[in-house]
Design a protein around this ligand. Structure first.
Ligand SMILES: Cc1cc2nc3c(=O)[nH]c(=O)nc-3n(C[C@H](O)[C@H](O)[C@H](O)COP(=O)(O)OP(=O)(O)OC[C@H]3O[C@@H](n4cnc5c(N)ncnc54)[C@H](O)[C@@H]3O)c2cc1C
Length: 117
């Protein structure tokens, strides 16, 4: 495990979509302090459905076009009852649960903060 020193300053992850969550998860695993910021007030990026203009997201009837096994964290599989090609609501629920279960207590004071401004 890496030890925090002046050589390991606090790290900033921009975005809490799939990529940001993966980064946060690995930073936590490595024991590195971080904060994660997102413009939105929820995780999941495009999988967090919204009709808000100017925000890119899944559309109402979207299913994944890649199989679930290729889109899950190795140590945090999607629920067994998910179909092979989950609906966007299920993908969002997966990331939301993952964020809560795996990273909620990561680097204090908060792992996800709304970006000011
Ligand atoms: C309609 C659609 C369907 C898709 N279907 C599939 C699929 O079936 N399988 C597949 O593998 N991939 C699919 N993709 C690709 C998908 O984009 C990626 O799988 C993945 O969700 C991308 O994650 P990400 O974290 O890189 O980006 P995003 O999901 O876009 O998340 C980026 C996050 O960063 C935040 N952000 C952006 N700018 C800032 C800023 N300046 N400050 C703070 N926060 C910021 C955003 O609010 C957002 O939450 C699809 C994409 C789309 C658009």
């Amino acid at each position: 495990m890496l030890v925090q020193t002046r050589l390991h300053p606090r790290i900033c992850v921009i975005g809490a979509g799939a990529a940001g969550l993966a980064a946060a998860k690995e930073l936590k695993r490595a024991g590195l302090p971080f904060d994660c910021y997102d413009l939105r007030d929820r995780v999941g990026g495009i999988w967090a459905y919204t009709e808000q203009p100017g925000v890119t997201s899944a559309w109402r009837t979207l299913n994944m076009n890649s199989p679930r096994g290729t889109y899950e964290f190795r140590d945090f599989p999607m629920p067994a009852d998910y179909p092979d090609y989950p609906q966007h609501t299920q993908v969002y629920a997966y990331f939301d649960a993952g964020g809560r279960a795996l990273w909620a207590k990561a680097a204090p004071p908060a792992w996800l903060r709304r970006q000011p401004g």
